[in-house]
Design a protein around this ligand. Sequence first.
Ligand code: HEC
Length: 170
Amino acid sequence: MMRLKRFFIIFFLLSLILSCNESKRGLYEIPQYKKWRKPVSYVLDRPVPGHGSTYRIIYANSITFSAKSDKKTGNVTMPNGSVVIKEVYKKKEYIDKVEPELTIMVKNTGDPESLNGWNYYVKHPGKGIQSVKSRMCVGCHVSANEEHPYFDGNKDEKFRDYLFVPIKQQ
Ligand code: HEC
């Protein structure tokens, strides 16, 4: 059952991303996820460890935005099925023109291989989606649950479910 679920999610991601990027004439077409909401409207250009000196845009599906924080603790737990995609462009002028690298987080606590509840993926331009099984990504994303230098900084050190970008705070 879990395998089936995982297969479904990977299949969903592949079809979501590949079907749209693939182009007969070699032009970059606009993928589906670009219709999703952005938790921050601006392009992130501050160099970050792990994502380098790049230009980044974050998109999240509607399930992600349905997250509520706990009234008492203020902690945020993202619902299963949340998908957060971060585009990583090497140059500013590539934005929406050249296929970016994608880093992807999918919330799936039902998957025994998930890392603290999330599956992490990377998609390099022109290549398929790779699942990241090591703790490379989560090892750094764990800092999102503490005070950190990004966005609102999570000053109160609330559990933010491994997301740096504040999607739902209260
Ligand atoms: C050394 C730290 C570090 C590592 C390693 C890292 N990230 Fe991140 N990640 C960040 C930071 C900081 C942000 C905040 C947004 C920004 O400025 O890029 C972020 C943002 C993201 C986001 C947008 C959601 C959020 O948390 O804000 C996704 C998706 C993401 N990273 C995926 C990945 C994946 C997949 C990997 C592994 C291949 C990875 N990251 C490795 C630091 C890291």
